[in-house]
Design a protein around this ligand. Sequence first.
Ligand code: GLU
Length: 285
Amino acid sequence: MIVERFAPSPTGLLHLGHAYSALLACDIAKATGGRFLVRIENTDAARCKPEYETALFEDLEWLGIDWETPVLRQTDRLDSYDNALDKLIDIGLCYPCSCTRSDIKNALSAPQEGAEPAFGPDGLIYPRTCCHRSMSERTAQDAIRLDMTKAVSMLTSELSFQEIGTDPHKTITIDPQPLITDCGDIVLARKDIATTAYHMSVVIDDAYQEVTHVTRGLDLASATSIHCLLQNLLGLPTPIYRHHRLIRDENGKRLAKRDDARSIRAYREQGLTPEDIREMVGLTS
Ligand code: GLU
């Protein structure tokens, strides 16, 4: 049975891009007699707000989307994330990091004045300043990073996933070397966040909820290599992925949560209907 999920972070109002992901995933689940779940990814306490959580449920209901209850909220799952993180720590793949964003910027710009520092799916590629530190030295001020070079060397099988957002569908084999050069030592737990960072909680919960199909925007496609790597290291299954086209504004810019003018809420207030929204995202029945 197909299990689809929509996993928003309540950090703003849902926009057309979210509506597209949620409607697409829900339509596929319905059409195949599968299950559709909503998961609240709310571990970033500084940015997540209860009012956005309330608003997103109202918007999803208004769109005509049905989801299973109870809804899983990531703040109820912190122990599971900690356990998974401990596994990676136990096998020697992690180190504590005290670098601030400006420490990282300074370290990256030092050798080649003027050259743009490289960005990976997780932000600036970390220059491994703290990689010599051991986990026993971790303080409350430290984040925890994955030593990507060691992680890649520990892979137990080839990394690959099924991509069904393309026509024809394809199996994507991931070359692990670019994970080292293009992603680098990603943060697994942030000092300023209750627990593990997005990449960890998302793979743990997709496995816990037995999600078979992940439907999400192409903006997250570059994170999928990281997710497959973590699934491999943690012995979790890899779902099938459908990375869908992004919904853009009239200037071709990707919609962002802070763009309230294009929020589902704003369209509702202007008197548009759920059918209008379906049409706007190209999902006419
Ligand atoms: N929580 C993520 C977001 O709101 C999406 C996670 C995912 O679909 O894998 O951007």
